[in-house]
Design a protein around this ligand. Sequence first.
Ligand SMILES: Cc1cc2nc3c(=O)[nH]c(=O)nc-3n(C[C@H](O)[C@H](O)[C@H](O)COP(=O)(O)OP(=O)(O)OC[C@H]3O[C@@H](n4cnc5c(N)ncnc54)[C@H](O)[C@@H]3O)c2cc1C
Length: 478
Amino acid sequence: MRHLIIIGGGIAGLASAHRVQEAIGQGVPVKCTVLEASSRFGGKIHTRRENDCIIESGPDSFITQKPQALALCKKLGLGDRIVGTRKNNKTFIYLNRRMLTLPDGLSLMVPTKFLPFITTSLFTWPGKIRMGLDLILPRRRSGRDESLASFVRRRFGQEAVDRLAQPLLSGIYSSDPEKMSMQATFPRFIETEKKYGSLIVGMLAGKKAMLLRKPEPSKNYQPYSLFVTLKNGMSELVETLMQKCPDIEFKSDSPITGLTQNGSGVTVTLDSGETIEADAVLVATPANVTARLTQTIAPEVSEKLNHIPFVSTAAVVLGFKREGFKHPLKGFGFVVPATENRKITACTWVSSKFPCRAPEDKVLIRAFVGGALKQELAEQIPEQILRDVKDELRDIMGVTEAPEFEHVFQYKKGNVQYPVHHQEMVASIEEGLKNHPGLFMAGSAFKGVGIPDCIAHGTQVTEDILSYFDQQDPTTKP
Ligand SMILES: Cc1cc2nc3c(=O)[nH]c(=O)nc-3n(C[C@H](O)[C@H](O)[C@H](O)COP(=O)(O)OP(=O)(O)OC[C@H]3O[C@@H](n4cnc5c(N)ncnc54)[C@H](O)[C@@H]3O)c2cc1C
């Protein structure tokens, strides 16, 4: 029986384990062990339940436009545990010391409704006119990658970069819009420009097509909001997945220190000095760790992985009594453009965004610090990060109430970045791996940082592993 070792029990490694479990269920003779360095599984996904609140230190939701996370939840029997965002879906931009709502009809960064766009005070008149030029500007001919800022500046002008693209889009990736790859992060915009010449025309065409396609609401039709979570928090996905994988061996507190080739297999060395033989290894750790682990076995791949940059961020969760809390929290929260020069990048009003996160008598807020443009702020001691966040929330939202509980979650060099030409780097890593049969890699460094992307990548690489086993011994593929 072939032995697969998965290193790293984040969502990419766990999605892989789940795919192996499915194959085992179909009669494929594979043994699979997941080795996780820390005492718990889930990696960046980590829910704490405290004071009757659900506190997420990492991801708090996933996008439903990409189907993989939703599909996995349903496969795991979590369909009725999925919770959408509340209806009050206003997101604010904090600009010039004012909270401005995003104009109705804004599709990510593309205006699709005339009146709300014309009347918004989010943009100046010259800014609005410049954005409107998208309708007549010629499409770009070159197929080469460019930065998010370069793309948005070409189509909509600098004001749209500063007030929309930077806080909303590069904010998702904690990235510098001048460095972040458009192809690796928002390929849909490139395709729209290519097809329609104008993003506004393309988005309007997409909306029209969607309206025409919209299925009749029926008993089986269950629409989801753009972002969803699970009733008991994102760790419910991790816990359920592990329960549904009875044939997989999950070992926590098992940090790996190195890999060596052993004939056609791989020897995995643990921190304890113990070694385990595997027929294939899937390294699903963050790319900077993967680079270290593969230094001996695949030095040229490791060298490339070392070029993938990481930045630091921190998330601060504050819980308050609702009674006496002055801010109305009507919306999902706000983002802060870098041009405002503040110490927080965004703030989610968690108890307003999702039901089931806090009881009615409590308020839950999560603020973000750091990212590519200000990572030093996220690398300070937790007490200072907390002071910065409280100062900012006092100044921006008027929060003077003392929190009942507070947490600082730091991700020092924990957020992978996709610089321009990232896809070429990933392709050359994949090419390099072809010289190392039995060695596979997955995770957020490759084809998307979101949970659906990591699930998709972990699953797809597992298909490659099963095919690899099958080529060696044609009984292993279902
Ligand atoms: C604050 C924050 C908020 C986010 N919000 C969202 C969101 O709302 N929605 C969304 O879709 N995405 C979000 N993301 C992104 C998403 O959470 C991550 O990209 C994704 O969870 C990464 O999964 P992964 O399996 O690739 O890596 P990880 O989750 O990093 O897992 C890697 C695992 O490898 C283990 N490991 C490391 N070294 C070793 C070793 N030597 N031996 C064995 N094991 C090792 C680690 O302990 C870890 O468990 C967020 C990320 C952060 C940091």
